[in-house]
Ligand binder design. Structure first.
Ligand SMILES: Cc1cc2nc3c(=O)[nH]c(=O)nc-3n(C[C@H](O)[C@H](O)[C@H](O)COP(=O)(O)OP(=O)(O)OC[C@H]3O[C@@H](n4cnc5c(N)ncnc54)[C@H](O)[C@@H]3O)c2cc1C
Length: 368
């Protein structure tokens, strides 16, 4: 079987790796030379967590993701996953707290619920109000996106770089199946998912020299929901110099060929104010910035499905800004769909049918 994978970001690299592992003749095409900073898979770090506030149906896939990340480390020799715990901080009615808790209850996950007093005591890096609380997720940490793409592609016999595929038809004749993993460029290739590409900014803020409470063994990755700043998140310092912070969504809609790459005061001021309000030992001095893109579906959940008019085409790259942690699982599911015509994993929530009601998907049937 010959499969073309369009895109060598997180999703395409993962799919190519999982196909190659099954002995499938997979060719991964990318318009640039991955890993590169022009799409969605760059910036040193990504959060992985298990008490998933976005919905309990993601949890089984996350539980599969951890051993797959470890498998990738073993086959490539790269160090990709550092466990740090994760804190979801908000008031008692926030989705961060209620959603993470609901996933933990549904799946019996290892969490602790911390009140403001306990949070202050354990995590002096966070400034918390009396109404704040947190869910501490013990199955969580930091992934390395660029190193992961290198590791995945090292397992793929054929990677064709700096080659833009202009349409699915261009490759269809030469292959038995095509996986579209084009990230924010997906709308160039397919038109049956209503996608919106959103610009996002990361900033690294310098820390005070004595702020040892921001080190990875004492400062879990965090997500914090607030009325003032929306959903923000951050990482411990990995170099003792700066911490990386970002705002989830709140970005302008764009397209990948015209996205504003320069970062200005309107991007940085809210991040600086957030850090000054919520974090201890972080200065307003910016040491590095980047722009990145989310490929958003209307409901914020993934699309992992066949094309409605051609079962030889699988689409996986509409991850709405939270897909990286799942990459090896999504890649393996794409390999299931391509090789077996279906998957045993429950991906009913990710069906394209929710946007095109006339289309009835046919997956989740038993393989034999
Ligand atoms: C700022 C930011 C923070 C994030 N934080 C997290 C996080 O903490 N945890 C998490 O799980 N997720 C996070 N995400 C989301 C996650 O990073 C993405 O879901 C994931 O990286 C998407 O990977 P992708 O392969 O779909 O897209 P991309 O990385 O954009 O890859 C698409 C690739 O396709 C190539 N391509 C496009 N069109 C063509 C074509 N026509 N021909 C050939 N090649 C083509 C592109 O060059 C590109 O390399 C974050 C995203 C951003 C932007």
């Amino acid at each position: 079987m010959r499969v073309a994978v369009i895109g060598g970001g997180a999703m395409g690299a993962a799919t190519s790796w999982r196909l190659a592992r099954r002995g499938v003749d997979a060719v991964c095409y990318d318009r640039y030379s991955p890993p590169h900073p022009l799409g969605s898979t760059h910036g040193d770090t990504r959060i992985i967590r298990t008490a998933y506030l976005e919905g309990p149906w993601y949890v089984p896939l996350l539980q599969e993701a951890f051993p797959l990340w470890r498998e990738l480390e073993a086959v490539s020799g790269a160090q990709l996953l550092t466990m740090t715990d994760a804190l979801m901080i908000g008031d008692s009615s926030s989705e961060a707290v209620t959603g993470a808790n609901a996933s933990a209850q549904a799946h019996g996950l290892d969490i602790e619920v911390l009140d403001a007093v306990e949070l202050r005591k354990r995590y002096p890096g966070h400034v918390v109000g009396d109404e704040d609380m947190a869910v501490l997720d013990k199955q969580a940490g930091i992934l390395r996106p660029e190193a992961a793409v290198v590791a995945m592609l090292s397992q793929v016999p054929r990677v064709v770089r700096d080659t833009r595929i202009t349409s699915i038809a261009e490759v269809m004749d030469d292959f038995d199946a095509v996986v579209v993993a084009a990230g924010p460029w997906t709308p160039e290739l397919i038109d049956w998912i209503p996608l919106k590409v959103e610009r996002q900014v990361h900033a690294w803020l310098a820390i005070e020299r004595e702020a040892g409470w921001l080190m990875p063994d004492r400062f879990p990755v965090f997500i914090r929901q607030s009325k003032t700043f929306g959903d923000v998140y951050g990482f411990p310092t990995l170099d003792g110099v700066a911490v990386k912070v970002g705002r989830h969504h709140e970005g302008e809609f764009t397209d990948p060929d015209h996205v504003r790459r320069e970062v200005g005061a309107t991007d940085l001021d809210p991040l600086r104010r957030m850090a000054a309000t919520y974090m201890r030992g972080v200065s307003g001095r910016v040491t590095r910035t980047l722009t990145c893109m989310y490929t958003n579906t209307p409901d914020g959940h993934f699309v992992i499905d066949f094309s409605p008019d051609d079962k030889r085409v699988v689409v996986i790259s509409a991850c709405s800004g939270h897909g990286f942690k799942f990459a090896p699982v999504i890649g393996d599911i794409a390999a299931d769909l391509v090789c077996d015509g279906g998957t045993k994993r429950d991906i009913s929530r990710f069906a394209a049918a929710r946007f095109a009601p006339s289309y009835v998907p046919d997956h989740n049937h038993d393989r034999n």
